[in-house]
Design a protein around this ligand. Structure first.
Ligand code: NAD
Ligand code: 0WE
Length: 260
């Protein structure tokens, strides 16, 4: 029996087989969880339905997390399949591409800053508000994905770094607000991964090479490794852990300086 058997999980943020959400979905499925998925738009619908099918799920809903109506519709739809929900996986971020390159102050705009906060941080809160009822009376868990650029400077991460800092604080305030209901809220701060979200990022290769050379484990991490950590954090094995930002980064974050 897997350590998530009997658990029902909603996964938000699947786009391709390189997605971190795919690594998490595979690990949760392996450990016995039942899964449901959302897709951002019709362009992704077929692909997400097919991937869901591979993990024995036929439950998918459209959901642009910028829309409260679409978020509400997800849980109304889910209610037709399940009478409760144990797990929400939030694996979504967005900033305008122009704001992920160059001088932070030159490139940031009021609108772009707000958009990054809305899609990358507030959407976690919005999903929790809408899913809260279905998660009552059980050992629920919510997980999101962050990045080191929330804590320390990573050149070009800029607007996203500020949004991830907000996301990590959001995790703590949500953990405090939902703790009494038995719902735990955590984040995984993952090392760099070649996903669609990393595609158009110029210099991304340099970041991967830098990690390979300097991280304690001397390589980059995988979506399977993030998946295993996420499955653990959302399981009853992690019943004492909430409000935590766990690094799955091969130890990169512990470095002060590296020279030989
Ligand atoms: P990905 O492109 O596979 O996933 C990003 C997802 O966000 C996609 O499924 C996309 O549809 C969704 N999304 C964007 N805007 C949305 C909106 N308005 N409504 C609904 N969905 C929306 O890339 P990924 O790397 O798997 O990213 C998942 C999470 O992991 C993000 O939060 C990202 O910041 C974080 N992360 C990524 C890395 C990395 O190096 N790839 C490292 C650490 C953390
Ligand atoms: O969180 C991320 C990236 C999230 C992301 C990616 C995109 C690309 C396409 C958010 N918004 C967009 N908008 C788009 O139009 N990562 C952790 C990966 C990442 O992105 C970087 C990085 C790393 C690492 C950007 C600059 C520097 C490093």
């Amino acid at each position: 029996m897997g350590f998530l058997s009997g658990k029902k999980a909603l996964i938000v943020g699947l786009a391709s087989k390189r997605s971190i959400a795919w690594g998490i979905a595979q690990a949760m499925h392996r450990e016995g969880a039942e899964l449901a998925f959302t897709f951002q738009n019709e362009k992704l619908q077929d692909r997400v339905e097919k991937m869901a099918g591979e993990l024995d799920s036929e439950i998918t809903f459209p959901c642009d997390v910028a829309s409260d109506e679409q978020i509400d519709a997800v849980f109304e739809g889910l209610d037709n399949y399940w009478d409760h929900l144990d797990i929400i996986v939030h694996s979504v971020a967005f900033a305008n591409k122009e704001e992920l390159e160059g001088d932070y102050l030159d490139k940031v705009t009021r609108k772009g800053f707000a958009l990054a906060q809305d899609i990358s941080s507030y959407s976690l809160t919005a999903l929790a508000k809408a899913g809260r009822n279905m998660m009552q009376g059980r050992n629920g868990a919510i997980i999101t994905l962050s990045y080191y650029g929330a804590e320390k400077i990573v050149p070009n991460y800029n607007t996203m770094g500020v949004a991830k800092a907000s996301l990590e604080a959001n995790v703590r305030y949500m953990a405090y607000a939902m703790g009494a209901e038995g719902i735990r809220v955590n984040a995984i701060s993952a090392g760099p991964l070649r996903t669609l979200a990393a595609a158009g990022i110029s210099q991304f290769r340099k970041i991967g090479e830098h990690v390979e050379k300097n991280a304690p484990i001397q390589r980059n991490i995988t979506i399977e490794e993030v998946g295993n950590a996420a499955a653990f954090l959302c399981s009853d094995l992690a019943s004492g852990i909430t409000g935590e930002v766990m690094h799955v980064d091969g130890g990169y974050n512990i470095l002060g300086m590296t020279y030989k």
